[in-house]
Design a protein around this ligand. Structure first.
Ligand code: PLP
Length: 404
C-alpha cells in the first residue's frame, strides 16, 4: 500500500526510511568520477563525468528500488514476492533485497537470458531466490505461449504476465516491478540527488545529462533532479539513449498500452512498441522492453528530454574504449550512455567548445563477458527495427483510448 501511495503521490519530497538507509550505506553514496583518461583518449576539450552505480552488491542501480520495495512489503506482512527479469539484473537485485528482509523471492527469467546467463541465475540462488525460465508451464500465461510456440525464447512482457498472474492467484504473494513505474523512479532519484551534490563539490554543473533507457529508471534517477533545475530556467540537455533494435522513444507510438503481453496491468500512457512486441536478441537484455516510463514519456512529449537511438556495434566500440581508458568494464546497457557521451564529446571537439557532460554508468559488465566475446569474434551484428514492426504496433493500438 505504501508503494501504491508513492505511485500516486503529489508530494515534492518523500524521506528514505532509516532501515533502507542502513542498507544503502553498504555502497552509497556511489562515486562520481571525472573520466580524465577517456577525455584524453578522445582529445576533447569537453569534461566528462560519470556516476557509477556498479558498486552495489548486485552490480547495478536496481537495488536502489529493490531495497525499499522489499522493506515496505516486509512492513506490511507480505511473505513472498514474484518478479520477472531479463538480463538478470533486476532479479538479482530483488533477491538481494528479499534476503535482507526475510521475504521469499521467485523470479521468472526470460528464457534466452536463463540460457545465456547462468551466473546471474546462480547469483539469485545464492541470495536465496528461486528462478524459473519464462515462458514456463507454471502459469496460464506461460502455458498459452508455449502451446503456440514451444521454442519461444521469452520476452520481458511475457515474464511480467507470469509473475503478475502468480501474485494475483496467491494471498501471501505480491508482485514487484523494477522499472517504469512512478515509485521506482522516485527511489532511483537518489542517484541524481547525490550527483548534484557531488558536481557541486567538484565546482561544476552539466550542460548535458545522459543515460541509457530500458524502462527509464536509471536515466530518470540521474536526470530528473537536474530537469527540476531546467524547468526553473537552467540551460541543460537531457538525452535518453536506446538501442536501434528497440527504439521505443525515437520510433514508438505515444499511446495507452499494457505493460505486459497478457494485458493484465493497467493501461499507461507511454511511448510503446506494442505489448506484443518481440525484441531482437541484442546483447543489452535490460533495454529490450516495449514500453517507457510514463513520467519519462511525458517529459519527452513536453520537449524536456531528447531520445537517441544507437546501434549495437558502435555501443560495444564505446564500451571497449571506456574499459581501456577508465578501467571499468561497463554493462552493455550502460555502454549505450557511454556511446552518446563520447559522441557529444567528439562534437564538442569539432566545434572547439567547452562542454560538461554527465552520464550514468548504470552497472558493470562482469556477467556479460559472453557478449564481449561475441563482439571480439565478429559475431555481433547491427539490427534496426523494420518499419513493419512499427506498423504492427500501430494496428494493435489503434482501438485503445487516445492519449490527447
Ligand atoms: C536494467 C538495467 C538498465 C535498464 O533499465 P532502466 O529501468 O531503463 O534503468 C540499464 N542498465 C543496467 C545496468 C540495468 O541492469
Amino acid at each position: 500500500m505504501e508503494l501504491i501511495k508513492q505511485e500516486v503521490s503529489q508530494e515534492r519530497w518523500i524521506d528514505i526510511p532509516e532501515e533502507v538507509f542502513d542498507i544503502y550505506r553498504l555502497w552509497r553514496p556511489s562515486p562520481l568520477f571525472r573520466a580524465r583518461r577517456l577525455e584524453k583518449a578522445l582529445d576533447t576539450p569537453a569534461k566528462i563525468y560519470y556516476k557509477y552505480e556498479g558498486v552495489s552488491p548486485a552490480g547495478s542501480h536496481k537495488p536502489n528500488t529493490a531495497i525499499p520495495q522489499a522493506y515496505y512489503n516486509m512492513k506490511e506482512g507480505v511473505k513472498r514476492l514474484t518478479t520477472e527479469t531479463g538480463a538478470g539484473q533486476w532479479g538479482s537485485s530483488l533477491a538481494l533485497a528479499c534476503n535482507y528482509f526475510g521475504i521469499e523471492c521467485k523470479v521468472y527469467m526470460v528464457k534466452i537470458s536463463y540460457q545465456q546467463k547462468p551466473y546471474r541465475r546462480l547469483m539469485m540462488q545464492t541470495w536465496g531466490a528461486s528462478v524459473v525460465a519464462s515462458p514456463s508451464d507454471q502459469t496460464d500465461a506461460g502455458r498459452r505461449i508455449l502451446e503456440k510456440d514451444p521454442n519461444c525464447l521469452g520476452s520481458l512482457g511475457i515474464a511480467i504476465s507470469e509473475a503478475v498472474e502468480e501474485a494475483a492467484k496467491r494471498d501471501d504473494t505480491k508482485y514487484a516491478l523494477g522499472s517504469v513505474l512512478n515509485h521506482v523512479l522516485i527511489h532511483q532519484s537518489v542517484i541524481g540527488l547525490e550527483a548534484k551534490r557531488q558536481m557541486e563539490m567538484a565546482g561544476d554543473y552539466p550542460d548535458i545529462v545522459i543515460g541509457c533507457v530500458g524502462g527509464g529508471s536509471n536515466f530518470a534517477g540521474l536526470a530528473f533532479p537536474f530537469i527540476q533545475d531546467k524547468m526553473q530556467g537552467k540551460a541543460l540537455r537531457a538525452v535518453a539513449v536506446e538501442p536501434a533494435a528497440c527504439p521505443t522513444i525515437t520510433r514508438g507510438l505515444y499511446a495507452y498500452d499494457f505493460g505486459d503481453t497478457a494485458q493484465m496491468t493497467p493501461l499507461m500512457a507511454m511511448f510503446t512498441l506494442g505489448h506484443d512486441f518481440m525484441p531482437a536478441g541484442i546483447h543489452a537484455g535490460g533495454l529490450r522492453y516495449h514500453g517507457m516510463a510514463p513520467l519519462l514519456s511525458h517529459l519527452v512529449k513536453l520537449g524536456q528530454i531528447e531520445g537517441k537511438a544507437v546501434h549495437q556495434l558502435e555501443v560495444f566500440d564505446a564500451a571497449v574504449k571506456f574499459a581501456r581508458s577508465e578501467g571499468i568494464i561497463p554493462a552493455p546497457e550502460s555502454a549505450h550512455a557511454i556511446r552518446a557521451a563520447i559522441d557529444e564529446a567528439l562534437l564538442a571537439k569539432d566545434a572547439g567548445q567547452q562542454k560538461t557532460i554527465l552520464f550514468n554508468l548504470s552497472g558493470h559488465g562482469h556477467f556479460d563477458m559472453v557478449s564481449y566475446d561475441a563482439y571480439f569474434s565478429g559475431k555481433l551484428q547491427d539490427y534496426a527495427l523494420p518499419q513493419e514492426e512499427i506498423d504492427r504496433a500501430e494496428a494493435v493500438l489503434k482501438d485503445y483510448p487516445a492519449t490527447e
